[in-house]
Design a protein. Structure first.
Ligand code: NAP
Length: 326
C-alpha cells in the first residue's frame, strides 16, 4: 500500500486506514455489529497492508479499543499506528453553545481517559490521541494546552489531534495557532468538499496531518441506500438519514453513479476521491465486513484523471450543521 507522512509526526501510514466506530458496536452507533467476525476483518486488514487504525473510547465503551489491542498482540511484529479519542465528559456530540472547556475536557478527565485507552489498547504510548469534539472558543484556555503538553512530555502520547465537528472544518484554527495540534480529523468526501477551501491549504503549509473520515457519507456513497431505506430506531443512522436528508441524498447518489468508470464501483470512486488530495494523510472508511475490507484496501494507490476529478467536484454539497447532523 502507498505510504503517506502523518504530517510532522515523523511516521508514515498506509493511505487507507481503518475506521473502527461500527466494529466497536454498543449503543449510539451502527446496529448490526458482530464481535465474532470483527477479528477476521481486522486480521485481513493487517494482512492487506493497513497500518493506521482509528478508534475511540466511546466506540463500544472501550470495546473497539480492546479489539484493536488484541489485534496488535496477534500481529506483534507488524507496523501499526493506533489513534484514539478522549470522549467529551458530558457526552455531548457536538458540544452545545453553552458548554465550557471544563464541562467537556477538564484536565482530570483527559488524564483518566488517556489511561483507560492505554489499558484497552495494551500500549505504553498512544501514537495519536485526539479530542473527540472541539470548539475553537476554548482554544486560548490553558487547561487543555497544559494537559496535552504533559502527556507528550511524559511520553504517553506521540501526537495530539482533534476531530472537528461535522461540517465545521475551520472550527479548529485558533487551536492550530497554539502549535500543539499535529493532526485534524475531518469529514471529507465527494459531497463534503469544504475542507479543501481553507483547512487543507493550512495543513499543507504547517505540515499538519489530515485524517479524512466518513468517506462514504455514513454509507450513502456506497450506493446501497434507497429512498425506502430505514434503520432501527436505536441506530444513529435513523436520525442522520431521516426524512430531511435521505431523499436528497439518494437523488444525488443516483446522479453520481453515471460517473463510475467501467470495471470499478461507487465505493471505489468515493475512496479515490478522498485520497486524491495531497493534504490527506489517511482516509479511514468504517468497515465491519471482511468483503468491505478487501475491496477498500485494494483501492490504495489508484489515481483519478483530471476530467473525472472535475466531474466529481461538481457534486460538492455544502450543508449547514443542524439537529440531525450530529
Ligand atoms: N466525530 C468523530 O471523530 C467521528 C465521527 C464519525 C466517524 N469517525 C471515524 O471515521 C470512520 C469512518 O466513518 P463511518 O464509519 O461513520 O462512515 P463511512 O466510512 O462513511 O461509512 C461506513 C459504512 O460504509 C459501509 N462500507 C464500507 N466499505 C464498503 C464497501 N466497500 N461497500 C459497501 N459498503 C461499505 C460500512 O459497512 P460495514 O460496516 O457493514 O462494513 C458502513 O456501513 C469511523 O469508523 C470512525 O473511525 C469519527
Amino acid at each position: 500500500m502507498r505510504q503517506r507522512a502523518m504530517g510532522r509526526l515523523g511516521w508514515t501510514v498506509g493511505e487507507v486506514g481503518y475506521g473502527m466506530w461500527g466494529i466497536g458496536g454498543g449503543p449510539g452507533g451502527f446496529t448490526g455489529w458482530d464481535y465474532d467476525t470483527a477479528p477476521t476483518a481486522l486480521d485481513l486488514a493487517v494482512e492487506l497492508g493497513c497500518t493506521f487504525f482509528d478508534t475511540a473510547w466511546v466506540y463500544g465503551r472501550g470495546k473497539s479499543e480492546s479489539l484493536l489491542g488484541e489485534l496488535r498482540r496477534r500481529h506483534a511484529g507488524a507496523e501499526m499506528r493506533l489513534a484514539t479519542k478522549v470522549p467529551p465528559r458530558n457526552r455531548e456530540w457536538p458540544p452545545r453553545p453553552h458548554d465550557t472547556l471544563e464541562d467537556v475536557f477538564p484536565v482530570d478527565h483527559v488524564l483518566e481517559f488517556t489511561r483507560r485507552s492505554l489499558d484497552n489498547l495494551g500500549v505504553d504510548k498512544i501514537d495519536l490521541l485526539q479530542f473527540h469534539v472541539w470548539e475553537d472558543r476554548w482554544a486560548a484556555e490553558p487547561g487543555w494546552q497544559r494537559v496535552v503538553t504533559r502527556l507528550k512530555d511524559e511520553g504517553l502520547i506521540d501526537g495530539f489531534g482533534m476531530s472537528v465537528n461535522r461540517w465545521e472544518p475551520t472550527n479548529c484554527f485558533a487551536a492550530l495557532d497554539t502549535g500543539l495540534v499535529d493532526a485534524v480529523q475531518v469529514i471529507y468526501n465527494v459531497f463534503d468538499q469544504a475542507p479543501e477551501d481553507e483547512l487543507f491549504p493550512r495543513a499543507l503549509d504547517e505540515d499538519i496531518a489530515i485524517i479524512a473520515r466518513v468517506p462514504f457519507d455514513e454509507g450513502s456513497l456506497t450506493g446501497t441506500l434507497t429512498a425506502d431505506t430505514t434503520f432501527p430506531p436505536e441506530d444513529w443512522r435513523a436520525v442522520y438519514f431521516g426524512p430531511e436528508n435521505l431523499p436528497p441524498t439518494v437523488e444525488r447518489v443516483e446522479e453520481l453513479r453515471e460517473l463510475v468508470p467501467p470495471g470499478t464501483t461507487l465505493p471505489e470512486l468515493a475512496l479515490r476521491f478522498a485520497l486524491h488530495h495531497p493534504a490527506v494523510s489517511a482516509v479511514i472508511p468504517g468497515m465491519r465486513r471482511p468483503e468491505h475490507v478487501r475491496s477498500n484496501l485494494r483501492v490504495a494507490g489508484s489515481e483519478l484523471g483530471p476530467d473525472l476529478l472535475d466531474a466529481l467536484r461538481a457534486h460538492r454539497w455544502d450543508r449547514t450543521p443542524t439537529h440531525w447532523s450530529m
